[in-house]
Design a protein around this ligand. Structure first.
Ligand code: SF4
Length: 345
C-alpha cells in the first residue's frame, strides 16, 4: 500500500532531507499531500530542480501571488446545477469530489482543496439534481467526471455515478478525468479496472506531465485499461522548470505513444492564484509544436490550448507557418520554413 504524506516534515523525513524553512508557511495556505509513489520518482540529488519535486512539493514562490482569484475560469458562475459546470454547448463537467491523491502545486481547482475548503463526494441528491439538469439540456452529449479526482471515490459509489450518466440516452461519451494512473497506479486493482471496463461510453483522460512519470507501474495500468477497451488519452500542462523543453515533451509523447496513450492536449497553465512561477508564456508551447513538426507524427502531437479567462472557452494555438514556422527535414537534417520552394520537391 502506498504511504501518504500530509506534512512537509514527514515528506522531508522520507526524502532524507531537512525540511525547508518555507514549507510550513506555504502549507498553511495550500496543504501538502503527496505519496510514496511520487516521492520515489524524485531524483534526490537534483533537489527542487527535479521535475516531480517541483510538481508536488511546496515552493515559497506559491505565496508570490498572481493577484488572480481561485476561479480564473469563472466555473462557479457557469453552473447549471451545483457541481455541474457548462462551458461548451455539448459538454459539461461534473465535480464528483474535492479529494485527490496528491496536491499538485499548479492545480487550477485548488479552491476545492486549499486550506479551509473541502468538497466532499457527491451526494445522491446532488447527483439527481444534475441528471434533471442534463435532461433539460438534451444538447449536452458528453460529461467529464472531474474534481478533485473522481477515482478517489470508492469503487461501488463510482460505479453508481458512472451508471447514472450511462443510463442517459443523450450522453454518448463519459470522460473520466483522473491523475491516478500517473500518481497512484496501485489504485487500479483488477477489480477496479473490471468495473470501469463495464461501461461502453467511458473514456479515461489521464495526466502525465513528464517522461519520468511514465514508469513501469503507470504503463501497466494504461495498458490494462486499453486492453479492456477503455481508451486512454493524456492531457498535460506546460510548466516552467518541469517540462517547458521541446526535447522533454518529445520524450513524454513518445513514451505515451509506446503504451498506446494518445497525447490529447497540452495546456498553458491557468492563472489561478499561487501558480505564477509555473507560467511559461504561449511562445514556449508554440516552440514545442514547431520542434515536433516533422519529428513526431500527428498521433503523438497534442493540441496546444489555453483557457480564456472569465469562462471565455478553450482556444487552440498553432505556430504561424505562413510567416516562417520551422519544419524538420529529416533527410537533409535541417529546418526549412514555410513557404519554401524546397517543400514542393
Ligand atoms: S490531481 Fe488534478 S484536481 Fe487534484 S490537485 Fe492535481 S491537478 Fe488538481
Amino acid at each position: 500500500m502506498t504511504e501518504f504524506f500530509r506534512t512537509g516534515r514527514a515528506a522531508a523525513e522520507f526524502l532524507g532531507i531537512d525540511e525547508p524553512d518555507d514549507w510550513r508557511r506555504v502549507e498553511a495556505v495550500y496543504p501538502l499531500l503527496v505519496n510514496r509513489h511520487c516521492l520515489d520518482l524524485i531524483d534526490r540529488s537534483k533537489g527542487d530542480a527535479d521535475p516531480v519535486w517541483r510538481q508536488f512539493l511546496p515552493s515559497a514562490a506559491e505565496l508570490d501571488d498572481w493577484k488572480s482569484d481561485f476561479d480564473p475560469l469563472a466555473e462557479e458562475r457557469q453552473m447549471l446545477a451545483p457541481r455541474l459546470i457548462r462551458r461548451f454547448l455539448d459538454r459539461a463537467v461534473v465535480l464528483v469530489t474535492g479529494n485527490c491523491a496528491v496536491h499538485c502545486r499548479f492545480c487550477f481547482r485548488k479552491r476545492l482543496w486549499k486550506q479551509g475548503a473541502k468538497l466532499a463526494d457527491i451526494s445522491d441528491a446532488e447527483l439527481e439534481a444534475i441528471l434533471v439538469a442534463l435532461r433539460e439540456h438534451p444538447e449536452i452529449r458528453e460529461v467529464l467526471l472531474s474534481g478533485g479526482d473522481p477515482c478517489m471515490v470508492a469503487d461501488g459509489r463510482l460505479r453508481e455515478i458512472i451508471a447514472a450518466f450511462s443510463s442517459l440516452e443523450q450522453i454518448s461519451v463519459i470522460r473520466l478525468g483522473t491523475k491516478l494512473p500517473a500518481v497512484w497506479p496501485e489504485r487500479f486493482t483488477p477489480q477496479f479496472i473490471d468495473m470501469l471496463a463495464g461501461f461502453d461510453k467511458l473514456w479515461l483522460l489521464t495526466h502525465f506531465n513528464h517522461p519520468n512519470e511514465v514508469d513501469a507501474a503507470a504503463s501497466a495500468v494504461c495498458r490494462s485499461l486499453i486492453r479492456r477497451g477503455v481508451p486512454v488519452l493524456n492531457q498535460c500542462v506546460l510548466l516552467r522548470g518541469v517540462n517547458d523543453n521541446p526535447e522533454v515533451m518529445e520524450e513524454l509523447f513518445r513514451r505515451l505513444l509506446a503504451i498506446k496513450v494518445k497525447p490529447h492536449y497540452m495546456f498553458h497553465v491557468d492563472p489561478v492564484r499561487g501558480v505564477r512561477h509555473f507560467a511559461t508564456g504561449i511562445e514556449a508551447g508554440l516552440e514545442v509544436l514547431r520542434y515536433l513538426r516533422g519529428r513526431l507524427s500527428s498521433l503523438g502531437t497534442p493540441t496546444f490550448a489555453i483557457d480564456l479567462p472569465e469562462g471565455g472557452g478553450k482556444v487552440a494555438l498553432q505556430p504561424d507557418y505562413s510567416s516562417g514556422g520551422g519544419f524538420c527535414d529529416i533527410h537533409n537534417k535541417k529546418i526549412i520554413n514555410y513557404p519554401d520552394k524546397e517543400m514542393k520537391k
